[in-house]
Write a protein that binds this ligand. Structure first.
Ligand SMILES: Cc1cc2nc3c(=O)[nH]c(=O)nc-3n(C[C@H](O)[C@H](O)[C@H](O)COP(=O)(O)O)c2cc1C
Length: 192
């Protein structure tokens, strides 16, 4: 199912075709090779001073961790995440090595996350970023060291059968049009 971005100029296919499903194929197992390539994409993101503050914790459907990670997410996320193949928790330190608030770490991690999303698309798979979670519970479940704080999960998998859920609210969300603010609203100065 395609939900190609409607754009004012041609875009790279990997950007135009990426979207965030909530219906994954619950029988699909992510291969080690594909998981490695997604993690490598995160690893090779740029970061301020090349500090690479992101840390990844991976749970795969069927392992001992996956259900607990889903359980630490909030609200409706718990309903659709179980069919994903893998959940990659991205965490960052709150403080720099010299004890200052590490404000740029969030941006660095965002770049690593987007690299992983694009790589996932290139593999013919889908990803969905999830911020809705109980962060204390998630830290405990994954056993994060004291100085690391979870930011988001990246759910990865194969898109599932949308028609199998026809008539449900989830079906409505899954098939809804993707929208964005117009360029006129976000380019304050200098739009061609
Ligand atoms: C930082 C971040 C947090 C998000 N958290 C959630 C979430 O908790 N639950 C959810 O269903 N989607 C979540 N999303 C997905 C967004 O709703 C989705 O990316 C947005 O609606 C744009 O849709 P698209 O990715 O299909 O273009 C999150 C996305 C981002 C970037």
């Amino acid at each position: 199912m395609k939900k190609t971005a409607v754009t004012a100029a041609p875009l790279n296919d990997l950007i135009a075709e990426r979207w965030s499903p909530r219906v994954f194929d619950a029988s699909y197992a992510l291969s080690d090779k594909d998981l490695l390539s997604i993690l490598e994409a995160g690893r090779w993101a740029p970061s301020a001073n090349n500090v690479q503050p992101w840390r990844f914790s991976v749970a795969r459907r069927g392992d001992g961790l996956f259900d607990s990670v889903v359980g630490a997410t909030s609200g409706f996320n718990q309903a659709w995440l179980p069919s994903a193949s893998a959940l990659i928790l991205v965490s960052i330190p709150e403080l720099t090595a010299d004890g200052q608030p590490y404000k740029i770490a969030m941006l660095d991690a965002g770049l690593a996350i987007q690299n992983m999303l694009i790589q996932t698309t290139s593999l013919g798979l889908y990803s969905h970023v999830v911020a809705g979670m109980d962060r204390d519970a998630m830290s405990q479940v994954v056993g994060l060291p004291e100085n690391l704080h979870p930011i988001v999960l990246v759910a990865v998998g194969k898109h599932g059968d949308v028609e199998a859920i026809a008539g449900t609210p989830l079906h409505e969300r899954e098939t809804a049009e993707r929208t964005r603010l117009a360029l006129d609203e976000i380019v304050l100065v200098g739009k061609p």
